[in-house]
Design a binder for this molecule. Structure first.
Ligand SMILES: [Zn+2]
Ligand SMILES: [Zn+2]
Length: 226
């Protein structure tokens, strides 16, 4: 889970081959180990805590701007859909916070961005049903399942930097452009998001969108998940 930005796909909680691959990637990229062993030993756990500290998440930037809800929606519309098909894309539920996988991926994205001399920030995250109505928006992706990342930096144009960051997230964080494969993090293509990077977990199966994966503050994000 906390290594979501290092190959990670879904929060399955099992320590399997996928986890070992994530730990190996983390040991190579963050711990700079010459021969990563893929075991989550005490040294690696301490390094994950250092990684979290070095790549902050500002929850003020994640809150809904509507001014009515408490910041992360009101938990309304669970199991209600905008169309007859009960697909996540039409799900109206205001999830209780931002999905943890997005924020841990954002942390890894900061690591990769820093290597290129860029700084990342969040330009938009939670947008509840009220905020959607205020802006005549129908997509419910930003009901906790999406963040929009901005890049501050030089070298190329904002568009080419956004394309580069999408490429990095595909390569390093196992994200996909679009939503075709289940259980992968999704990036909006450049024609939808030219000057920002939209990352979401809409294509996750329902069990990976359980309430416990959504967080409203740093303590919850940094907690070791049960
Ligand atoms: Zn709101
Ligand atoms: Zn977005």
């Amino acid at each position: 889970m906390r290594l979501a930005g290092f190959r990670g796909t879904i929060p399955d909680g099992d320590y399997g081959p996928g986890t070992e691959m994530q730990v190996t990637a983390f040991q190579r990229l963050f711990m700079r180990m010459a021969a990563p062993h893929g075991r989550a030993d005490a040294e690696t756990m301490a390094a994950i805590a250092d990684f979290a500290k070095a790549n902050p998440v500002d929850f003020k930037l994640l809150r809904c701007p509507c001014g009515v809800c408490p910041g992360f929606g009101r938990g309304k519309f669970k199991d209600e859909y905008r169309r007859p098909e009960r697909l996540e894309v039409y799900h109206l539920y205001e999830y209780p916070g931002i999905h943890r996988m997005l924020l841990w991926t954002y942390r890894a994205a900061q690591l990769h961005a820093r290597a290129r001399g860029w700084t990342l920030t969040i330009n938009s995250a939670y947008r509840c049903a009220i905020d959607n109505a205020n802006h005549q928006r129908t997509s419910t992706n930003h009901h906790g399942k999406a963040i929009d990342i901005d890049i501050i930096g030089s070298g190329g144009t904002d568009r080419t930097r956004c394309n580069s960051l999408r490429g990095i997230l595909v390569e390093q964080a196992h994200a996909q452009i679009g939503w075709s494969a289940p259980d992968r993090k999704s990036l909006e293509p450049a024609d939808i998001a030219p000057t920002w990077v939209h990352l979401d977990v809409r294509s996750y199966q329902r069990k990976y969108l359980a309430d416990r994966y959504f967080v409203k503050d740093l303590a919850a994000l940094d907690a070791v998940p049960a």
